[in-house]
Design a binder for this molecule. Sequence first.
Ligand code: GDP
Length: 195
Amino acid sequence: MKITSAEFVISAVRPDQYPTDALPEIALAGRSNVGKSSLINRMINRKNLARTSSQPGKTQQLNYYRINEQVYFIDFPGYGYAKVSKSEREAWGRMIERYLKDREELKLVMLIIDIRHAPSKDDCLMYEWLKHFEIPTCIVVTKSDKIPKSQWDKQIKLVKETLQADPRDTIIRYSSETGEGRDQLWGHIMQTISS
Ligand code: GDP
């Protein structure tokens, strides 16, 4: 995928701030620190457009990035950060639920999972939500460079089993370090937004 333009557009805290140009939206969900910003940066070949290790506590922002004037990536606030208060967690839930339920431009959610660990309870809940709202989902298992190749299949199996993944969902092994999976993920995104 050739990237001709990539720009940060807005950290939206309310639906009336979401863009109105009707481009398709691809959202990223995952625990804080799972590697969402690094994944975006690698997808668009920029070192620092998406902030890595985005501050925990910014639980109510949807960060919009416009790519090639063709598609938005939306970085959901990471979940599972221990220090977030109950009321912040609830506000996060309301915002994400509303977005998933109402946002017509949403075409795909990439659920990002760290290849080294079994999906957390929060990951499983997120996945159940996506199924409940019938959102097309792609499971991206990232940081593949962090474990030996000999463990890849075993870990992917663990991810599938823990999430009780729908066999129809695409699962892509990814590394922001080596670029593994980048072309496959772009292929899946382009296919999704053109169908
Ligand atoms: P976010 O909180 O989900 O946006 O996570 P970040 O993108 O900030 O990544 C968290 C940490 O994991 C950072 O130190 C990244 O450099 C590191 N990281 C992210 N993706 C990868 C990867 O694919 N491989 C390796 N080795 N490190 C990664």
